[in-house]
Design a protein around this ligand. Structure first.
Ligand SMILES: *[C@@H]1O[C@H](CO)[C@@H](O)[C@H](O)[C@H]1NC(C)=O
Ligand SMILES: *[C@@H]1O[C@H](CO)[C@@H](O)[C@H](O)[C@H]1NC(C)=O
Ligand SMILES: [Zn+2]
Length: 603
């Protein structure tokens, strides 16, 4: 109870209290007191006194309550940053969402496809659309077209770096990440993705290497086994289990025999690897917690839908992560910082597969809705900021198919008819060819060719909703099975009249979204991607700690011998090397069945 309240409550007991109250009342009402009046007016004045006293007491109580409310409000009053952002004081949470490879056209395509499939009016928009505040310029230090590693390093360190850099600077030395600084300041931290947890975007928050393809080393750093500062993440949900299993064991893709799951247990990690364990962990989940639900990437949403009993969706893992992080920080001084990534919007862009992409973007939209739900119910001030690292594919919502004057349209119905990704469809085709090969048929004779074409017709109908495959398309699929995924994707794209200008990334500006335009005011308008990193650090008030972490990492590096530096960060890449991590392009990432290129199949 505030100190000022006591004397006021004691007042009625004191001798001359009525007079004082009358005086105070007079001050409040502007009327004069009348002490001289006695005698026959006594009873009346007595009633008057009681009335005044009651009035004054009520007024005082109201003043006190208002005062207390005001004081309470003052102490919660957020501070205005130099940049105009309204940042809460005290405990807070930050949810950073990344839509990897999603450009503005991905939004138009998904919005219109959803309106078509759900028969919604033209002004029925995505959740994302309601939260747009700005745009980010994405170039890296080495190219006008960034990759995800340099793009994410701009978020984690707030610095531009070269394509392929995992939280290292252009001089190849490590830079502290906002997650490392947050962890050291008492925040609980998390990473939730649909790609490999060792892929570039999650990797930059909790590891430092000079080349993004060093995923075996990244896995060890992320669990804390080889990170110079120890374990920096408390929760990881995603794919990429193969980098945590020792070589020679089932499902491993490690080059060495280190058992990272075991080493992680040594660092205190709890580990789950299946949908069943995910469903059963309930609220008893204990941090640190690592959930790796796929050997490689979690399948595209368009394919995952029919394997829901194997893989949880991004919306589910994100919801669960927020619940766990919020329960874990319920009684702690600091909140949490989590990065949630719609990782495979990018892969659908690389594959030039518009059907896979719209499902990925919509899954991201649902995840954002889940995040906003969480924020609405959270008693701790929580901010969501979302952006992309770059655009992928150079997507266009139109396509000129002939030299004649182009049509002003595209056909969302074609995407709506597809039930699987082009990658999944190519995988089915490869399985068919492999079965033939395994049966000793390496050269398809007339009968087998007819049968193979019939299989392809049925496959494209079932998987892509295409009934009218052309001879050219069939011949490409028969003669060049290696590029079948691209052929299938183009069968969809050309029929939908959607255009792509590259199988890689583009230099387009990307969107910035937030749950609170006031808190994220600094990100309104057009920004450099490094401003987003600076904002994350600023929102959590970690500027000094981020510098301290960078200094410590750099000192650690200076204390090492050259060969130890290479073991830690990897060798310095030369400028002609490709470091954009595009080796994954032709692969189907679902691991429910194994894919191996059918190199020896001759058809
Ligand atoms: C497995 O890793 C060890 C080193 O950790 C290496 O000596 C061995 O050759 C590897 N085996 C295979 C099959 O790659
Ligand atoms: C989608 O599939 C239906 C049923 O097979 C078909 O009638 C329709 O023409 C298809 N739409 C497009 C745009 O291909
Ligand atoms: Zn990419």
């Amino acid at each position: 109870m505030p100190r000022g309240q006591e004397p006021l409550l004691q007042r009625p007991g004191s001798q001359n209290s009525n007079d004082r109250i009358e005086e105070e009342d007079a001050l409040l009402t502007g009327e004069r007191t009348n002490k001289a009046q006695e005698g026959h007016q006594h009873v009346r004045s007595r009633w008057r006194e009681i009335g005044l006293f009651t009035w004054a007491l009520l007024a005082t109580v109201v003043v006190i309550i208002l005062g207390v409310l005001y004081q309470h409000k003052q102490s919660e009053q957020p501070s205005n940053g130099d940049d105009g952002s309204v940042i809460p004081k005290g405990k807070r949470n930050l949810i950073f969402m990344v839509s990897d490879g999603m450009g503005p056209t991905s939004l138009a395509l998904t919005r219109e496809w959803r309106q078509y499939t759900e028969q919604l009016p033209y002004d029925d928009t995505l959740i994302l659309d309601d939260h747009l505040i700005g745009q980010s310029r994405t170039r890296s230090s080495s190219s006008l077209v960034t990759d995800s590693a340099a793009g994410a390093t701009a978020f984690s360190c707030g610095s531009k770096s070269y394509n392929g850099a995992i939280s290292v600077l252009p001089d190849h030395s490590p830079c502290g990440s906002v997650m490392e600084a947050a962890k050291r300041m008492g925040y609980t931290t998390g990473l939730v993705v649909t790609t490999r947890i060792t892929d570039a975007t999650p990797a930059v928050f909790a590891s430092h290497v000079r080349r993004r393809e060093m995923e075996d080393e990244i896995a060890l750093q992320m669990v804390g086994a080889t990170h110079p500062l120890g374990r920096m993440v408390d929760l990881m949900f995603g794919g990429g289990r193969c980098h945590f299993l020792p070589n020679g064991t089932d499902g491993s893709c490690r080059a060495d025999d280190r058992d990272v799951v075991k080493e992680a247990a040594g660092e205190g990690w709890n580990y789950i690897s299946s949908r069943e364990e995910f469903d059963n962990m309930g609220t008893s989940a204990k941090l640190p917690l690592m959930g790796l639900f796929a050997g490689g990437d979690v399948p595209y949403e368009i394919d995952r839908r029919s394997q829901d009993e194997i893989y949880p969706s991004l919306e589910e893992t994100a919801r669960s992560a927020l619940e766990i992080l919020s329960a874990e920080t319920k009684d702690s001084e600091q909140g949490f910082f989590v990065m949630i990534e719609g990782s495979r919007i990018d892969h659908a862009g690389h594959a030039n597969d518009p059907a896979a992409q719209v499902h990925e973007v919509l899954a991201y939209d649902r995840t954002m809705a889940a995040v906003l739900d969480f924020i609405k119910d959270s008693s701790v001030p929580t901010l969501m900021v979302s952006t992309s690292d770059h655009e992928t594919g150079g997507l266009a919502a139109a396509r000129q198919l002939h030299p004649e004057y182009p049509d002003y349209l595209w056909f969302p119905g074609v995407l709506a008819n597809a039930s699987h990704s082009a990658a999944y469809t190519a995988h089915e085709w490869h399985e068919y060819l492999r079965a033939k090969h395994d049966a000793g048929i390496s050269e398809l004779g007339h009968t087998e060719t007819v049968a193979a074409k019939a299989f392809l017709m049925s496959l494209t109908r079932k998987s892509l909703g295409i009934e009218d495959a052309t001879d050219d398309e069939m011949n490409s699929l028969m003669n060049k099975p290696d590029i079948a995924a691209y052929v299938f994707a183009d069968m969809i794209s050309s029929r939908a009249q959607t255009g792509w200008s590259t199988h890689g990334h583009s230099g387009a500006d990307v969107n910035i979204y937030t749950s609170d335009p006031k808190a994220a005011k600094a990100l309104a308008g057009n920004h450099e991607n490094t401003d987003i990193g600076a904002f994350l650090t600023n929102y959590l008030e970690l500027d000094a700690e981020l510098q301290a972490v960078t200094k410590e990492l750099q000192q650690h590096m200076s204390s090492l011998h050259p060969e130890e530096i290479e073991a830690f960060l990897g060798s310095i890449p030369d400028l002609t090397e490709r470091l954009d991590g595009q080796d994954h392009l032709d692969h189907y990432h679902g691991d429910h069945k194994r894919y191996a290129a059918c190199g020896s199949c001759t058809v």
